[in-house]
Design a protein around this ligand. Structure first.
Ligand code: GLU
Length: 390
């Protein structure tokens, strides 16, 4: 029988971040020595009080269905997180829980975007944004950003991309794959543009909010422009902040109609997020947060180390990312030798380092490094990268 995949599925490509990570895992299983800097996943252990809450949930028999959009307990803890950590006051009726931030984004786009609607996506972008939009039938409108601007767009850049069919703006700060972080002043200017275009909704993906290295605190649109709150969906979670990627818990805060629409779709896709993971996420949001400062400092030191090492390798360069745990490396001077960035990625894999080619993120001639790996691994990986391109 020939393959009968749908028109919608044929519009998209598999996730290249997860594909590269799976490939690295497979090569390691075959006995190859591969350092994986391909996936954005903190190497730190999940905090013990979170693990204890998961075990307690199992022992208490919390192994059954929960409400589709999450337990009342987790919705309350998520509302606490939005208020305390992001400055967004939301009632629980405006909060929902999903199997990772990715699922919340998927459901929000699928629930709202119809054929031909446009979504502005700053580029380089996180690999799944354009694919989700295309799967929904929407049109991706790239908003190009550049290393010399630390990969940030301005309010004027945004205004130039807005058209009559613009439905959403994707905003990811601190951002994947560039680490771009938008200070309050830039967000206020963006908010001012949005006031003139009342049809545009904003997906504010704040999953990396604790990871800012500028000394400034995280700024977010729903806090800065409460008058726009009825059209902002803020995404957060515990994966990156609390090293809980495998638990698959994301949370979202937004207008009630959109939260209801997302839950309607979730009721037919996954149903409720994992009951045990939800109990663990309650502990993450309600428990101590002081370790976040220590982790942030570790990440900052790693960032400095990676940026210095990359910029010392002939043919490679990167700006200093302000947040998250990614560096977008430019390798344009090496393209004559390697052909394209995918060939370079394969060459690096041959030398024992897994990274993801810039083209996966709508960029070109470079690659993304995740520095969420321990210092010894990073040092060795950078040595291998230097040797591979020498
Ligand atoms: N967001 C992470 C990354 O970009 C996890 C993998 C994924 O879902 O893409 O590496």
């Amino acid at each position: 029988m020939t393959a009968q995949t749908s028109i919608a599925l044929n519009r998209i490509a598999p996730s290249q971040t997860t594909a590269m990570t799976d490939r690295a895992t497979q090569l390691r299983a075959e006995g190859r020595d591969i350092i994986s800097l391909s996936v954005g996943e903190p190497d730190f252990a999940t905090p013990p009080h979170v693990v204890a809450a998961a075990k307690a949930a199992l022992d208490a028999g919390d192994t059954k269905y929960t409400p589709v959009g999450g337990t009342a307990r987790l919705k309350a803890a998520a509302a606490l997180h939005f208020t305390r950590d992001l400055g967004i006051e939301v009632p629980v009726s405006q909060v929902t829980v999903s199997a990772g931030g990715k699922q919340a984004i998927f459901h929000a786009i699928m629930a709202t975007v119809s054929a031909g609607e446009e979504v502005i996506v700053p580029s380089p972008w996180w690999v799944s944004y354009p694919e989700i939009i295309r799967f929904a039938g929407g049109k991706v409108v790239p908003l190009l950003t550049h290393p010399q601007d630390n990969f940030r767009f301005t309010a004027a850049d945004l205004e130039a991309q807005i058209g009559p069919r613009t439905q959403w703006l994707m905003l990811n700060s601190p951002g994947n794959p560039t680490g771009a972080s938008y200070p309050a002043g830039m967000l206020l200017a963006i908010g001012e543009v949005l006031r003139h275009h009342p049809q545009i909704m904003v997906m504010s993906d704040d999953i990396y909010s604790p990871l800012i290295y500028t000394g400034q605190s995280h700024a977010t649109l729903a806090n800065l422009c409460p008058d726009l709150g009825t059209r902002i969906l803020t995404i957060s979670g515990v994966s990156k902040s609390h090293a809980m990627t495998g638990f698959r818990i994301g949370v979202a805060a937004g207008p009630e109609w959109l939260i209801a629409a997302m839950e309607k779709l979730q009721s037919h896709s996954s149903g409720n997020p994992c009951s045990i993971s939800q109990a663990a996420a309650v502990a993450a949001f309600e428990g101590p947060q002081d370790f976040l400062g220590e982790w942030r400092e570790r990440f900052r030191l790693r960032r400095d180390m990676v940026v210095a090492a990359i910029n010392a390798i002939p043919g490679l360069s990167t700006p200093t990312p302000d947040g998250a745990f990614y560096c977008m490396v430019d390798a344009a001077p090496l393209m004559e030798r390697f052909g394209n960035d995918e060939a370079l990625a394969l060459q690096l894999l041959d030398h024992g380092v897994a990274i993801v080619a810039a083209s996966a993120f709508g960029g070109k001639d470079g690659f993304r490094i995740s520095f969420a790996a321990d210092e010894a691994k990073l040092e060795e990986a950078l040595r291998r990268i230097a040797a591979a391109v020498a």
